[in-house]
Design a protein around this ligand. Structure first.
Ligand code: AMP
Ligand code: ZN
Length: 462
């Protein structure tokens, strides 16, 4: 089986060939940490987590090095600190932790490396110096700028060379900038900005521009040329174009051999935006829906296509997972899972991460599980169980036991309910029927049904 990936640079699907199969490198632009992530922000980490899992399966878990950065110095973080009076380090630590917890709730595995921009300032300065020495960068009164017309193939990723202008309006050339598209590698500190966001540099005190952060972190953590660079489609221009410009002009090497971009997530047919008031945070959604439902919904469309986020998408995703977990329950047996990869899910992912077809394969496996259970074919049941769990892990779902799924997956809550069920078992043993009924009714009011059976009492959410 060969892995084929759509490369934004080549504008076609290409067979994936790493530079070194024993060291496969991937970098994805991570969050700027000053607020909660919305569900659109979760699409890149989930999509590239599926790719990380697939690469691990093909090349070996230890052969893959996946870096996703934290942008902890940026204009919006500084603005947030100035407004709230909170230290930048406190803001960024808090929101990085929230981000990672939110992503974990979507079964996104932690990247192998999580570089923080402020730990790489010297590397950014070194790239700036190299660019200046080679004639790609110049100093203005505002900072160090990259001169785009010095690079012959600037714009090769996006096919664009400058920001689209407002209808017909001419972009005012900033004082000192040689070309409106020239961008800041280093920004000089302005009056009143927090010391925390100011570093010395050969050109003057200040802070890095956003694009140089990724260029420096990629070089330091993964090398001059990486196999895969990913992010949302909006990052193609100018962010990735400018990462390419800086890295390739400074090092004389190709920055990334494959460029992957996910499409945007819309909200009920509209662009998600603060002004429309339709921004949905992962943090809030996770209160109402199991993380696997959110993840299933994110993977229900092909990663490059736009995805319309609707209530009905969530409901369908929940129903689908209920069906698959229901089938898994029937073949669960002793629960001694030994993952078995003889199923068709990864073959679909090998074709440019076709998650909709991969999920269809998962449903076909669920049908096989039901058939094996109907026929009481124990051998087939065990095999299909092992394949279902392995197929689920390729997608980052089916991470719970069927019982945990039915019980809602919330460990703290489950422990509390388990304790109540146990108290009722004891009440019954003591023939305290009134107490036993009281507990049953209390749980029923929460939508929890107790099932008494030969082996004791279990429960499920109804
Ligand atoms: P930002 O916080 O805007 O820098 O976005 C962080 C990441 O989320 C980037 O990779 C963006 O491309 C991605 N992203 C932002 N909004 C959406 C959206 N509505 N749909 C999909 N990806 C998005
Ligand atoms: Zn980046």
């Amino acid at each position: 089986m060969t892995l084929r990936l759509y490369d934004t640079m080549a504008r076609e699907k290409r067979v994936f060939k790493p530079q070194d199969p024993s060291r496969v490198t991937m970098y994805v632009c991570g969050p700027t940490v000053y607020n909660y992530a919305h569900i659109g922000n979760a699409r890149p980490p989930v999509v590239f987590d599926v790719l990380r899992r697939l690469l691990g399966h093909i090349y070996g878990e230890d052969a893959v090095i996946y870096a996703r950065n934290i942008t902890d110095v940026e204009d919006k973080i500084i603005a947030s600190s100035l407004e709230s009076g909170e230290a930048i380090a406190d803001i960024t630590r808090k929101y990085a932790d929230i981000y990672n917890a939110d992503m974990a709730s979507l079964n996104v595995r932690a990247p192998d490396i999580e570089p923080w921009a402020t730990k790489h300032i010297q590397g950014m300065i070194r790239i700036g110096e190299s660019l200046k020495r080679k004639g790609y960068a110049y100093v203005t009164k505002d900072g160090l700028y990259f001169q785009v017309d010095q690079m012959d193939d600037y714009g090769k990723l996006s096919g664009r060379k400058q920001e689209d202008n407002e209808a017909g309006a001419r972009v005012a050339v900033d004082e000192g900038k040689r070309n409106p598209s020239d961008f800041a590698i280093w920004k000089f500190a302005k009056e009143g900005e927090p010391e925390e966001a100011i570093w010395d540099s050969p050109w003057g005190r200040g802070r890095p521009g956003w694009h140089i952060e990724c260029s420096a972190m990629i070089k330091a953590e993964l090398g001059d040329t990486i196999d895969i660079h990913g992010g949302g489609i909006d990052l193609t221009f100018p962010h990735h174009e400018n990462e390419i410009a800086q890295s390739e002009c400074a090092h004389g090497e190709t920055l990334a051999n494959y460029w992957l971009h996910n499409g945007f997530l819309d909200m009920e047919g509209e662009k998600m935006s603060k002004s429309l008031g339709n921004v949905k945070l992962v943090h809030d959604l996770a209160k109402d829906w199991p993380g696997e439902v959110l993840r299933y919904a994110l993977l229900s469309g092909h990663y490059r296509a736009p995805l319309d986020w609707t209530r009905s998408l969530l409901e369908q995703s929940k129903t689908s997972l209920d069906r698959i977990y229901g089938a898994l329950r029937r073949v669960w047996g002793d629960g001694n899972v030994e993952p078995d990869d003889r199923h068709g899910v990864r073959a679909k992912l090998m074709d440019d991460l076709n998650t909709p077809l991969a999920l269809a394969e998962l449903h076909a496996l669920a049908s096989e599980a039901n058939k094996a259970a109907d026929e009481k074919n124990e051998r087939a049941m065990e095999t299909v169980r092992n394949m279902l769990v392995d197929a689920g892990s390729a997608l980052g779902i089916l991470s719970m036991t069927p019982a945990q799924w039915e019980q809602g997956g919330d460990d703290d809550d489950s422990a509390r309910i388990d304790a109540m069920v146990q108290a009722r078992v004891e009440a019954r043993a003591n023939k305290d029927w009134a107490e036993a009924d009281r507990i049953r009714n209390e749980l029923a009011a929460e939508g929890i049904e107790i099932m008494d059976g030969g082996g004791g009492s279990t429960w499920r959410r109804v």
